[in-house]
Design a protein around this ligand. Structure first.
Ligand code: SF4
Length: 274
């Protein structure tokens, strides 16, 4: 997050004030998702801390405090065996206790592709899915910051669906709203998207201290969406407390206006989640 846009709370204060629960187990839920239905979550990033390569202004997990160099050195990611054991226990349990799980989502406390064994873990999840929840789609949510790694792209392509965050069509707004902690850029992510099998884009729109709804920002965003050619676009307003104070919720009407402009310009229809 840029120097001008510091969150007012630390991650811990944010958690206490806004009742954020980052104690997510490796397998959590099932919970009801507006987009995916009854969803079983997989969190590869460990309980208690947010682990991400972005520091998005609207993030409902609070500010990103774990720095990337720590992730490369001594960060206690759940081990492959811990994940294997959690899946072996959690997937059959979910299958027994709920009539039908609609999706398995890999997201959790941040950016899942940061797990050092992400590719191997994807194989494991797909194998357990076939055994315990056959036919349930595995969906990975990613910020796209690591698409310059061939291994990450290959691992993402193993999933049934990929949901990619894309909130800005120009570098200025990208840095403001997503505040990358790595050398990510709109153009770099765009280059990486070409290697993905297909992608659903999810875009957040906010106003107030950060506003990505100005006519020129929407123009740039639409241009990028046209280049990505996603199989679907989901437009989100903010419905939880953001990391950054002073952000305002984007009105439902504004989201629908963006959706109709996008359709006129690119013939791509989008779903709105105000
Ligand atoms: S990419 Fe997701 S988890 Fe990371 S800061 Fe942005 S909203 Fe939060």
């Amino acid at each position: 997050m840029s120097a001008k846009l510091k969150p007012l709370q630390t991650s811990t204060e944010y958690e206490a004030l806004h009742l954020v629960d980052r104690r997510m187990e490796i397998v959590y839920g099932p919970h009801t998702s507006r987009r995916l239905g009854l969803t079983l979550g997989v969190n590869l990033l460990g309980a208690g801390q947010k682990v991400c390569s972005f520091d998005c202004a609207y993030c409902d997990l609070g500010p990103t405090e774990v720095r990337l160099n720590r992730l490369k050195n001594d960060f206690p990611f759940p081990s492959f065996d811990e994940i294997r054991m959690a899946l072996e226990k959690g997937f059959p349990l979910a299958h027994q206790s709920v009539a039908k799980i609609n999706a398995i989502s890999i997201a959790g406390n941040g950016e899942p592709t940061l797990h050092p064994a992400f590719s191997e873990v994807m194989d494991l999840i797909l194998k357990r899915r076939d055994l315990d929840l056959p036919g349930t789609p595995v969906i990975v949510l990613t910020n796209g910051a690591h698409l310059d790694s061939r291994k990450t792209v290959e691992a993402l392509n193993k999933a049934d669906e990929r949901m990619l965050k894309f909130d800005a069509g120009n570098e200025r707004m990208f840095k403001t709203i997503n505040a990358p902690l790595v050398r990510a850029s709109v153009s770099k992510i765009l280059a990486g998207v070409n290697s993905l099998k297909d992608v659903t884009v999810q875009s957040f729109f906010v106003q107030g201290a950060v506003d990505n709804t100005s006519p020129s920002d929407i123009e740039d965003w639409m241009e990028v969406i046209g280049l990505i050619k996603p199989k679907a676009v989901h437009l989100h307003g903010m419905n939880r407390v953001p990391a950054l104070s002073g952000l305002q919720r984007c009105e439902e009407d504004t989201l629908y206006t963006i959706a109709s402009r996008l359709e006129r310009r690119t013939q791509i229809r989008s779903l709105v989640f105000p």
